[in-house]
Design a protein around this ligand. Structure first.
Ligand SMILES: [Zn+2]
Length: 555
């Protein structure tokens, strides 16, 4: 049997020996069309795209983008790295396309920063069969064609002239096409800002460049000390030095908290503590960012959200200030790192422990942070503990998309759960069940933490606040990390609670009725720095009384 037909199937033969312009145009076409499928899909879904004229405009935009892509390919893919260069562009575009289509995210500098700071467990949670399929079809097939392709032979100056010629001719044609579609394009981009972040691979190139520039600027900044004047309130009875527990939640949105009015009983423990009169829930709290990378450093910074965003300066954190005031500080890390805020204080990475009761597959449920906690606290300097102790717990919380992994099998009140990382292919109810189980487990964890605080002899209190919220499919958006100005409220409205022991109530001389009136006021992560300083009774020029949530209620 003749196997000659096999030769015809070889993808490389299609353009063998063709003009280099045609070859690069082929790649540009794949990138602008297949590599930008979510962008085109988003455009066709816009309300203003409803007429024949509008569709003609889209075709014009497509032609302009393809031409621009052709210029781009000729600018970055040079002959000596033609093969890997083209494949790299395909990988960038198709991976970004997958995450945009699957989770409704967009690619901006903070999203790239998030991606570079991720760990293997987080990557594992994002892998799915759909991603594999996307990469096989979107990168494998065109990549194979590109790799085996041999453009028409040209040597030396010819290579340069072809490439330079393509850039010149392409730029001129792009300019003409852009002029023709300018009005349509400008109004679309103005009215739908998220489209700007959807153009592959320009979005990734821009985000990486921007991020590198910011990080470079930050690296050149020396660490600036803050709160050098910090001093603690003198404590007469050493055994009565206060103990504060700060719980930094993860991906918990206020909308799914029973205590905040959600119709499901996701927070029985918090509500029981509230009924006892010891817990206050703050119902209108805004996060600083929409991801951990932004929110956690911002919460522990003396700068407010806007100032923090505008500054590349490298400052010490709230924990440094408490340490300077003489307090004992302990950070328990059960997630992917404290993003610099705990660099100079005692830390324990509980996510690396191998305690079979709480851990499996390289990660641990949040209860691990309570395991052996008394011993960990006792190991801190006794001299400092006689002034005050602050323990910070950085939760794994409701980290997605594998919400079902965030609660132990014995804590599954809501079933069935979605166990597919490709969230849109999950049943909406099963997805909500998995997420709600993670919230209910956080509620249980907070209840256990309060239980531990109650066993401590000194005045104790707990502050809990989540770092950001989460989208669970509202308007086709999943996960979090949207640029702040376009983020849906599900990603920025976070739960915050305060639990106060009777001894701490006396120590603070705090008024219950007054604290109750504070609960419904609009607060944000900007208040955290000053509120914690106030709760610790630490004096420093950095402290702003009007930013302290409890100040007005303490005597
Ligand atoms: Zn987070």
């Amino acid at each position: 049997m003749s196997l000659k037909w096999l030769n015809r199937l070889r993808p490389s033969t299609a353009m063998q020996g063709r003009h280099p312009w045609l070859v690069s145009a082929g790649l540009a076409l794949v990138l602008s069309t297949l590599g930008n499928a979510p962008f085109w899909w988003a455009l066709t879904q816009l309300p203003e795209v409803n007429s024949l004229r509008a569709y003609a405009g889209l075709i014009g935009i497509w032609a302009a983008l393809t031409m621009l892509m052709w210029v781009f390919v000729n600018v970055v893919v040079w002959p000596w790295w033609r093969k890997p260069g083209g494949v790299l562009l395909l990988v960038m575009s198709m991976t970004a396309s997958y995450f945009m289509a699957m989770y409704g995210v967009v690619i901006d500098p903070t999203m790239v920063a998030n991606a570079t700071q991720t760990n293997t467990a987080e990557v594992r949670d994002l892998l799915s069969l759909t991603l594999l399929l996307t990469l096989v079809l979107g990168v494998g097939v065109p990549g194979l064609w590109w790799w085996r392709l041999q453009p028409g032979v040209c040597v030396g100056w010819q290579r340069w002239s072809h490439q330079l010629g393509a850039v010149l001719v392409g730029s001129a044609l792009t300019a003409v096409l852009l002029l023709l579609v300018f009005q349509d394009l400008a109004s679309l981009m103005r009215n739908h800002t998220s489209l700007r972040y959807m153009l592959n691979p320009f979005n990734t190139v821009y985000a990486v460049g921007r991020l590198a520039k910011t990080e470079q600027a930050q690296r050149q900044q020396p660490l600036q000390s803050i709160g050098d004047d910090a001093s603690a309130r003198p404590i007469a009875d050493k055994a009565a030095a206060p103990l504060l527990l700060l719980v930094v939640g993860e991906t918990a949105r206020a909308a799914n908290f029973g205590i905040a009015g959600y119709q499901r009983p996701t927070t029985p423990q918090m509500q029981a503590l509230q009924t006892q009169g010891d817990l206050y829930f703050f119902s209108q709290v805004q996060s600083c960012g929409t991801n951990t990378q932004i929110s956690v450093p911002c919460m522990f910074s003396h700068l407010d959200r806007q100032a923090k965003a505008d500054s590349t300066a490298n400052y010490e954190s709230l924990l440094d200030v408490l340490h300077k005031a003489g307090w004992a500080v302990l950070w328990l890390e059960n997630q992917s790192g404290c993003k610099g805020v705990c660099d100079r204080v005692a830390t324990v990475n509980t996510s690396e422990l191998k305690e079979p009761k709480f851990c499996s597959a390289g990660e641990c449920w949040d209860e691990i942070m309570l395991d052996g906690l008394s011993e960990r606290v006792a190991a801190l300097s006794a001299e400092r503990r006689a002034i005050g102790t602050v323990v910070v717990m950085h939760q794994m919380g409701s980290h997605g998309p594998a919400y079902y992994k965030r609660s132990p099998p014995s804590h599954k009140a809501f079933l069935p759960e979605c166990t597919d990382n490709a969230l849109p292919s999950c049943d909406a109810q099963a997805l909500r069940n998995a997420y709600d189980n993670s919230i209910a487990y956080t509620d249980y964890f907070l209840g256990q933490a309060v239980g531990w605080l109650k066993t401590q002899p000194q005045p104790t209190a707990m502050w809990y606040v989540s770092d950001h919220g989460e989208s669970l499919g509202e308007n086709g958006i999943y996960l979090h990390g949207m640029p702040y100005k376009m983020a849906p409220k599900e990603q920025t409205h976070v739960p915050m609670a305060l639990w106060v022991s009777p001894a701490m109530r006396q120590h603070w001389a705090v008024d219950d009725a007054c604290l109750r009136t504070q609960q419904a006021k609009p607060w944000s992560h900007d208040n955290w720095f000053h509120t914690v300083l106030g709760s610790a009774d630490v004096k420093t020029g950095l402290y702003q009384a009007e930013m302290d949530i409890t100040r007005a209620c303490r005597r």
